[in-house]
Design a protein around this ligand. Structure first.
Ligand code: C5P
Length: 249
């Protein structure tokens, strides 16, 4: 499965460029990528992506695009031009939007002769409760069923992977096979605070369930020694991976 530390994506949930750079410097070589979400991206602007790349980091641009197919496709081209390692679109945007995004990202990368950004579909936000799902969205099924349906839709439309909660990893893996990338937040080592995450798994459990990448924020960025925290997490992932017979992509 390669180096487990490559499968750690650190959520740079900090408000300033200076704080982000400080973390990237400390973690260089110990994690696989950095997630720039809407807070940091919108406060510091798109150059934050290039600046982290200049420091040697791969960047997961997590802006969760959701618009008409043409708009998301053109923005997917921008993601390729910005050399994003991965980026997110809402899987609920429908198959036309997803297909347009995946195709545009691949085409633009091909034109530029750069690595194609991995197009990742966000399934159902883990902040949505079953009650909200039914009463506000008119859905009449367990959330996990919809997550699996969206993951299949994303896969058929040519996306590289999906984001889902740790509880949904195993059903998505079972339904979509071993090639689809599964990216999961909500990961907490036993030794870290749970913060506001409710349905959590440890890094080892998430790997055993079939996760490809773990998005981890506070257990690393708020640790007294972020590098040491990342190393401990990678060790735990390594242990879990050695017990796997069929490693996921
Ligand atoms: O600090 P923590 O490890 O909880 O950070 C998790 C990261 O994953 C945050 O950037 C958060 O926005 C993101 N995330 C999440 N749950 C989701 C989707 C994204 O925690 N359903």
């Amino acid at each position: 499965m390669g180096e487990m530390r490559e499968r750690i994506i650190v959520a740079l949930d900090v408000p300033t460029r200076a704080e982000a750079f400080h973390l990237v410097k400390q973690l260089a070589g110990w994690v696989g990528a950095y997630k720039v979400g809407m807070q940091l991206y919108n406060s510091e602007g798109p150059d934050i992506v290039r600046d982290i790349q200049l420091m040697g980091g791969r960047v997961f641009v997590d802006l969760k695009f959701h618009d008409i197919p043409n708009t998301v496709a053109q923005t997917s081209r921008v993601m390729a031009r910005r050399l994003a390692f991965m980026y997110t679109v809402h899987a609920g945007g429908g198959s036309k939007m997803l297909r347009a995004a995946a195709q545009a990202a691949a085409e633009e990368a091909d034109i530029l002769k750069v690595e194609k950004p991995l197009a990742i579909g966000v399934t159902v936000l883990t902040s949505i409760t079953q009650q909200e799902f039914e009463q506000e969205m008119g859905m009449k099924m367990p959330i996990v069923e919809h997550v699996v349906a969206l993951a299949k839709l994303a896969q058929q439309a040519g996306l590289d992977g999906v984001v889902c909660s740790p509880q949904e990893i195993a059903p998505v893996r079972a339904a979509c096979g071993h090639k689809l990338l599964i990216i999961t937040p909500g990961v907490r080592p036993n030794w870290a605070a749970t913060d506001d995450q409710a349905r959590i798994m440890t890094p080892g459990e998430a790997i055993q369930a079939g996760a490809s990448y773990l998005v981890i924020g506070r257990p690393i960025i708020k640790a007294p020694n972020p590098r040491e925290a990342a190393q401990r997490i990678a060790e735990e992932m390594n242990k879990a991976a050695t017990q796997l017979l069929t490693p996921p992509a």
